[in-house]
Design a protein around this ligand. Structure first.
Ligand SMILES: [Zn+2]
Length: 432
């Protein structure tokens, strides 16, 4: 039996208090086996957490990890124009190898910034699954189906592929990979297709992940075509239930917030993407007050432009206050909970907390830095002052993914070079 001791640091506990403690992790079970007073536990291997804060590995509840290849390619445009003029033409040229290269780059970036779990929406999902397996991280993956602009055969094939991928990959990488059925959104998948395929997903107990109520332009056509708000329409198709989570949920009215709460549907809030694309301000405090589980996601790197969940926590707190017109809204401990325990609850992982019996997914923050001095309140620092680059070690499923800022699961230099090469060739092909 091999055990890893994370020693000498302070530990963030599930109730958001911080105490000096050592954390003992089983590398066989991948679980935390003890959290105890310093000096009372022994392991076969040690991670030095002195001058550090041990936190649960962060959970990125909504991303498109391979979109790192499009980082900085096109900025400063509204969602519709950005997708049609820049993103979709380049994505049409993506090969499986490109997606592998982009996924590896994104996973390295996440490991470096203390993220241990992600929920991804994309295609060539086998490549992403292989990359996640190598990364040693946890992920909820799926194939994203779109039917608009496609003939009936292509539309059906997309939705069937989304079901097949979800069935095939669930439980891969020794259980570190789980899956969702993924209709892209309520406006990009036709009603007849949703009514045919959603029941099949529910019959197989598949979780569902989709984009919803991201922009105002997405709400209006649904109200016009179906005579009801988007989430009422989604509920009518049985899309909302305890295993469903929607990305964004920006333009939701009170009736839709109630519907999310009643059905146990979660929300993956993506504040940076919502600000950058000027999509709007999600009413996060209202959602939380209604009892909706809200996690935090970076969305793809093309609309962020990084995958740093510390940035995202800060953004979530800031925009949450603006949306509520209340400086006490979406406070520091709330955003830390959103990025850890809430995200784990959305994705269905037993992680997101430093506690005996939980998954051994954690990160150690180096507190020995001017921007983290003094240390009145470390939860405040996590929400407002820590950067991804302050992460010293990252551990997932009991395995060390990064030790002393060196990523151990990938050759980082090779990953970066390969991603740069693939990105350059991709843009050149798309320009032809
Ligand atoms: Zn998205």
């Amino acid at each position: 039996m091999s055990e890893l001791l994370v020693t000498g640091g302070q530990v963030l506990r599930p109730d958001m208090t911080v105490e000096r403690a050592d954390v003992l992790v089983s590398q066989d079970s991948g679980d935390i086996v003890a959290v105890d007073e310093p000096g009372t536990l022994d392991g076969d291997d040690e991670l030095d957490a002195s001058d550090g804060l041990v936190i649960p590995g962060l959970v990125n509840a909504h991303t498109h990890v391979a979109m790192t290849l499009l980082r900085g390619l096109a900025d400063d445009k509204p969602l519709d124009a950005w997708l049609q003029e820049d993103v979709w033409p380049v994505e049409a040229e993506l090969t499986a190898e490109d997606i592998r290269a982009g996924a590896e780059l994104g996973l390295v970036e996440m490991i470096r910034s203390g993220t241990t779990a992600l929920s991804d929406m994309y295609f060539e999902v086998e490549e992403i699954a292989d990359a996640v397996d190598q990364a040693g991280m946890r992920a909820v993956l799926g194939f994203t189906a779109v039917t608009v602009g496609k003939d009936d055969e292509a539309a059906r094939s997309d939705l069937q592929e989304s079901l097949d991928v979800a069935r095939r990959l669930d439980g891969a990488a020794g259980g570190r990979i789980q899956t969702t059925f993924q209709p892209h959104s309520l406006t990009t998948v036709g009603e007849a297709y949703l009514r045919e395929f959603v029941p099949q997903a529910l019959e197989d107990d598949l979780s569902i992940h989709l984009h919803a109520n991201e922009t105002r332009d997405e709400v209006t056509p649904i109200v016009d075509d179906h005579g009801q708000r988007p989430l009422a329409y989604a509920d009518d198709i049985s899309l909302l239930d305890g295993d469903t989570y929607v990305a964004h949920g920006v333009h939701v009215d009170d009736s839709e917030i109630d519907l999310l709460a009643e059905t146990g549907t979660g929300v993956a809030h993506c504040p940076a993407s919502n600000m950058k694309l000027a999509s709007g301000m999600a009413p996060v405090q209202d959602l939380l007050d209604a009892g909706v589980t809200v996690g935090i996601g970076t969305d793809g790197a093309a609309s962020n432009n990084d995958l740093d969940m510390f940035d995202e926590m800060r953004d979530a707190a800031m925009i949450g206050k603006l949306a509520a017109d209340d400086a006490s809204a979406v406070d520091a401990s709330t955003v830390v909970e959103m990025a850890t325990a809430n995200g784990a609850a959305l994705l269905g992982f037993d992680s997101g907390r430093i506690e005996t019996g939980a998954n051994a997914d954690l990160a150690v923050i180096d507190l020995d830095a001017p921007h983290l001095t003094p240390a009145h309140d470390l939860v405040s620092h996590l929400a407002y002052a820590v950067h991804g680059s302050d992460v010293r070690h990252t551990v997932c499923d009991g395995e060390v993914l990064m030790r002393d800022r060196t990523v151990e699961v990938f050759d980082e230099q090779a990953v970066r070079e390969r991603a740069s090469d693939h990105a350059a060739a991709l843009v050149e092909r798309a320009g032809d």
